[in-house]
Design a binder for this molecule. Structure first.
Ligand code: GLA
Length: 352
């Protein structure tokens, strides 16, 4: 869990704003509910010095080590970004031919996470080389002398979920980029994660991309669906908005501790789709204490009465206790579910 610069700011990043985000992650209360990483995405690099050492753009990032110290001082972790190709997706210096050296540099700076983005590597390597290309950096990070979380980003090519963990990856993107709109979020969250649940588990996760909550392109209802689905999917929760400027609704979505508890459940099981009727879908995720999280989604444009039996959702009996995680209250257990769900909306339940 944490924050990443890309979705909202793209290349518009510098040391001062990264520090502000770190400060705000703490002051907003996000750190207290589990957000920990501050991840610098693309565009921080300039070139290499005569020894081949990667150089940050000194005007915008005068000292990575000092920045990491600052972020660590807030009790947070710092992430950075590179590519196995010569250039990153935005055309900045990549790690091609400097993998071990870069891993050592990151460790020396005090970096805690690397997002490693395929980009121009596609021009150099064949798809069947992808596994070994990612493994090379995975091994370099492990040899670098500091625990560095490894975030594989190659858009779900070559069925990465089958080898991402072997390559040393802690998470791997399953699709091309998310966008701040319902159609893209819906496609990624519902349709593109089907059948991937067996590959997720503690230490190695499917990554349906970063959150768009708070960026303005979706309604409050749609952002609640986004957050619910990502939590059911055991996805990394990387906020992608401007933390310095969050409405009450946005805060309540990003910081609902009962929803975050679903995402972070230690069993690490990813939800599967249990039931579907037209636009109505129920996704179910077994949790460590024996309870089950159920997302009752309406993918249709207008409000819809959804009814299903608990057995349809994979439960063996009527739950003894049912909690609505967005209303944050218990509801009276009844023998089947029936309720109106708003268009593009969700009812997120935890059942015991
Ligand atoms: C790719 C990645 C994005 C982001 C950009 C940066 O598109 O998928 O998440 O890192 O590159 O250029």
């Amino acid at each position: 869990m944490g924050w990443n610069s890309w979705n909202k700011f793209g290349c518009g990043i510098d040391d001062a704003m990264i520090r502000e985000m770190a400060g705000t992650l703490v002051s907003s209360g996000m750190k207290a509910v589990g957000y920990e990483f501050i991840n610098i995405d693309d565009c921080w690099q300039s070139g290499r010095d005569k020894n081949g050492m990667i150089q940050p753009d000194a005007k915008r990032f005068p000292g990575m080590k000092a920045l990491a110290d600052y972020v660590h001082g807030k009790g947070l972790k710092l992430g950075i970004y590179s590519s196995p190709g010569p250039k990153t997706c935005a055309g900045f210096e990549g790690s091609y031919g400097h993998e071990e050296q870069d891993a050592r540099t990151y460790a020396d700076w005090g970096i805690d996470l690397l997002k490693y983005d395929w980009c121009s590597a596609g021009k150099l390597y064949k798809p069947e080389q992808m596994h070994s290309v990612y493994q090379k950096m995975g091994a370099a990070l492990q040899a670098a002398g500091r625990p560095i979380f490894y975030s594989i980003c190659q858009y779900g090519l070559a069925e990465v979920w089958k080898w991402g963990a072997q390559a040393g990856g802690n998470l791997w993107r399953t699709t091309t980029d998310i966008g701040d709109n319902w159609n893209r979020m819906e496609e990624i969250g519902f349709d593109r994660q089907l059948h991937l649940a067996p590959y997720a588990g503690p230490g190695h996760w499917n990554d349906p991309d970063m959150l768009e909550v708070g960026n303005g392109g979706m309604s409050v209802e749609e952002y609640r669906t986004h957050m619910s689905l990502w939590s059911l999917l055991a996805a990394p929760l990387l906020a992608g908005n401007d933390l310095r400027n969050m409405s009450r609704d946005v805060k309540s979505i990003l910081m609902n501790p009962e929803v975050i508890a679903i995402d972070q459940d230690p069993l690490g099981n990813e939800a599967t789709r249990a039931w579907k009727r037209g636009a109505a879908e129920v996704w179910s995720r077994p949790l460590q204490d024996g309870s089950v999280a159920l997302g009752v989604f309406n993918r249709g444009d207008t409000a819809h009465e959804i009814q299903f039996n608990w057995a349809d959702a994979g439960l063996h009996r009527t739950p003894a206790r049912i909690r609505d995680l967005w209303l944050r209250k218990d509801i009276v257990p009844v023998s089947s579910f029936s309720g109106e769900v708003p268009g593009h909306g969700v009812v997120l339940l935890r059942t015991w």
